[in-house]
Write a protein that binds this ligand. Structure first.
Ligand code: ADP
Ligand code: MG
Length: 265
């Protein structure tokens, strides 16, 4: 992926640099460190992560249990502040933003999918999808129509009036994906979205994410499912607080890149 490909400009934003951010990175972290608690003596969970993720990428993040995958995803998703280092979203350094400004960015630019689907049991499937609209007082026909369209994209339009408990786990997770897409986020962040699903339902959820990515959606997915990792277009592995490897599968071949020359435009 690059700013120019055979002389054609691929990314209209390429070349725009804000605050020295790398051109085109949707999300970037620099020298990111994270520890919890009063941990002068404890080893940090994340210990100097540098990472750029570009528009349209499907990044799969793997690592041993407890290695900090969810922590890193939460920091990339502006749900958790780093202990030190910078987080940039579309070139904007978010480190100094207020809680209110962060909440605004989360609502507009980021969509989250969790292992436990986190649907509201008392709302219909359609209402769950349009939840972010409902919360900001937008509950008109247009919102409902958008919810139905999103559900239709995942083959669930006929379940719009049901409540979540009437759906299978895989269906519920696809509702959660539709909900995450409602505000047209720049990035979908998914933390072990197949962790509570059987193989077939898990496959359906991954298929849905792959389809979205083919349509251009940027996705960051945490998993420990090796069958997903094997096929990942870009596979990041973290261990001992650092990025152990960053492998990009380019045009059918997989390139093992050193940490210093990670995939860029
Ligand atoms: P993973 O998702 O790779 O399994 P996590 O990011 O959830 O790992 O956790 C990494 C480490 O950080 C674990 O040792 C975990 O116990 C610790 N940790 C995560 N969140 C917190 C927190 N809020 N407070 C204290 N420790 C935490
Ligand atoms: Mg985790």
């Amino acid at each position: 992926m690059g700013a120019r490909n055979n002389g054609r400009v691929v990314d209209p934003d390429a070349g725009t640099k804000v605050n020295g951010a790398s051109a085109g990175a949707v999300v970037e972290v620099r020298n990111l460190r994270k520890s919890f608690g009063r941990s002068d003596t404890e080893a940090p969970i994340l210990n100097g992560i540098d990472l750029q993720i570009f528009a349209g990428q499907f990044v799969v993040l793997i690592g041993p249990s407890g290695s900090g995958k969810s922590t890193l995803l939460s920091i990339l998703g502006l749900l958790e502040p780093p202990s030190s280092g910078d987080v940039l979203l579309n070139g904007q350094n978010v480190t100094q933003l207020s809680r209110r400004q962060l909440a605004h960015l989360r609502g507009r630019k980021l969509g989250y999918v969790f292992q436990s689907f986190n649907l509201l049991a008392g709302l219909s499937v359609a209402e769950n999808v349009m939840l972010s609209g409902l919360l900001t007082g937008q509950s008109g026909r247009a919102q409902h129509q958008r919810a139905i369209e999103l559900l239709d994209q995942f083959g669930l339009a006929n379940k719009a009036k049901r409540v979540p408990a009437e759906l299978s786990g895989g269906e519920q997770q696809r509702v959660a994906i539709a909900r995450a897409l409602f505000m047209k986020p720049e990035i979908i962040l998914a933390d072990e979205p197949t962790g509570n699903l059987d193989t077939r339902n898990g496959r359906n959820v991954i298929d849905a994410l792959e389809k979205l990515n083919r349509e251009g959606q940027t996705i960051i997915l945490v998993t420990h499912d090796l069958s997903i990792a094997e096929k990942a277009p870009r596979l990041l592995s973290i261990r001992d607080g650092r990025i152990e490897s960053d492998r990009n599968r380019v045009a059918g071949r997989s390139a093992e890149l050193g940490v210093a020359e990670r995939i860029g435009p």
